[in-house]
Design a protein around this ligand. Structure first.
Ligand SMILES: Cc1cc2nc3c(=O)[nH]c(=O)nc-3n(C[C@H](O)[C@H](O)[C@H](O)COP(=O)(O)OP(=O)(O)OC[C@H]3O[C@@H](n4cnc5c(N)ncnc54)[C@H](O)[C@@H]3O)c2cc1C
Length: 393
């Protein structure tokens, strides 16, 4: 039997961010357990868009606090997270122009560098973009994307430098509860005695939560992306972009390709035996959505794609909480395909909560685990209707 002050379960970007921030705040004995390799879950498959545009203040704030860290990663964490800032554009149809304006005003109040742009400006920002069906567009010049595996490896390395133990190939088999509170973790190696566990197990959460009687209605989903070569003459590139009219999210990939995901085509799957390749039908959906916004891509060469597993919560928003019925258990669950960009702040908030008694960087109340039992699932009044992109970007 070994022991730790805090055990973090899950070596994705949120687990490693939490381990790093715990060590940064002075927790001496932090152990992170990863059943496979770091970034083996959703993180390594992520499209990794980093944008501030949400239809709610809580997530915009987490994204904004995280952007500050992505931008200054070497000083704030150490190493290179591969952050690039070609900017980000949110496009909505005419029915949602008003909601877009409300959301942009909210983001501006938080200090986020964003503004509404006209169709003409949109044409300058996104060369070759189709604008006749655009009801509104918002521009974030300082957003973009990062490298999700590099970010995770850098968080883990920084945690190690500060004294944390990172154990790949070590599965947490059971969270041990004694006397009504967390007492340890049984692992595929030796058991660890600890008063605090942070569970960040992504799509593999069920087997840890069920024995504790915890059921938040989480559902593992397989989601895909595909990549297209830039067609001849398409040389000026483009920023990252979400097109709510097509539920599509897009960003540059490498020197001359575009990565795209669309919401259609996501489906429930078993995270232990899912197909990691991309479906042919999905590639066709992506091509259609991409060419609808950037017509030059109509006959672009498909370069590849893949699938990854995320965990959807019932309302498509993460659960970040200290579980009231299990003192000592903190969680980040139900990433809902949108929790790469917020991971620097999520780890920081969880570490503050454990070390200082409450999160200081942002208010996590909206992410509470009890919202479903309270009959108050998270609904954004100013989302973009049925096309609302809830997953994978
Ligand atoms: C195709 C795709 C595109 C995406 N695009 C974006 C995007 O553009 N922007 C964005 O912000 N987000 C995006 N996401 C979502 C984002 O990648 C995830 O929300 C984020 O990576 C979740 O990180 P995590 O650390 O919470 O979970 P994960 O990365 O899933 O990590 C969980 C880890 O826990 C490990 N684990 C599980 N159970 C145990 C156990 N019992 N013991 C030990 N280890 C365990 C797993 O092996 C895994 O490595 C996308 C996701 C996918 C799949």
């Amino acid at each position: 039997m070994t022991s730790a002050d805090v055990v973090v379960i899950g070596g994705g970007v949120n687990g490693t961010s939490t381990a790093f921030n715990l060590a940064r705040l002075g927790v001496k004995r932090v152990t992170l357990l990863e059943r496979r390799a770091l970034a083996a879950g959703a993180t390594g498959k992520s499209g990794s868009l980093v944008r501030m545009h949400y239809a709610n203040e809580a997530e915009s704030r987490l994204a904004w606090e995280s952007l500050k860290i992505f931008r200054d990663f070497d000083a704030a964490v150490g190493g290179d997270c591969g952050f690039e800032a070609p900017g980000f554009v949110q496009i909505v149809g005419p029915a949602h122009a008003e909601a877009l304006a409300v959301n942009v005003a909210m983001q501006q109040r938080l200090g986020i560098d964003t503004r509404l742009v006209s169709r003409e400006e949109l044409r300058d920002i996104v060369p070759g973009v189709r604008v006749d069906d655009v009801g509104g567009a918002a521009w974030e010049p300082r957003s973009g994307f990062a490298d999700p595996s590099a970010t995770t490896f850098a968080f883990a390395e920084a945690a190690r430098r500060l004294g944390a133990t990172v154990e790949p190939d070590c599965e947490a088999l059971r969270i041990v509860v004694e006397g009504g509170r967390v007492a340890g973790v049984e692992t595929s190696r030796s058991p660890i005695a600890t008063p605090v566990v942070v569970a960040v197990p992504g799509a593999w959460a069920a087997r840890l939560l069920a024995p504790l009687g915890l059921d938040f209605g989480l559902s593992p989903y397989r989601i895909q992306v595909s990549i297209f070569r830039w067609p001849e003459g398409f040389t000026r590139g483009h920023p990252a972009l979400i097109d709510a009219t097509r539920a599509a999210w897009i960003r540059p990939e490498g020197r001359a390709s575009t990565l795209i995901g669309v919401e259609l085509g996501a489906g429930h799957a078993d995270p232990d035996k899912y197909d990691e390749g991309v479906d042919e039908a999905y590639v066709a959906l992506c091509r259609e959505a991409l060419a609808a916004r950037l017509p030059a891509f109509e006959r672009a060469t498909m370069r590849g794609g893949w699938a990854g597993m995320i965990m959807m919560s019932p309302d498509g928003r993460p659960i970040i909480d200290q579980i009231p019925s299990v003192p000592g258990l903190f969680v980040m669950l139900g990433d809902s395909g949108t929790s790469f960009k917020t991971s620097p702040a999520i780890g920081r908030c969880l570490a503050e909560w454990i070390v200082k008694g409450k999160p200081e960087t942002a208010d996590l109340t909206p992410f509470r685990s009890t919202r479903f039992a309270e009959g108050q699932p998270w609904i954004d009044a100013t989302d973009y209707g049925i096309e609302r992109p809830t997953i994978s970007r």
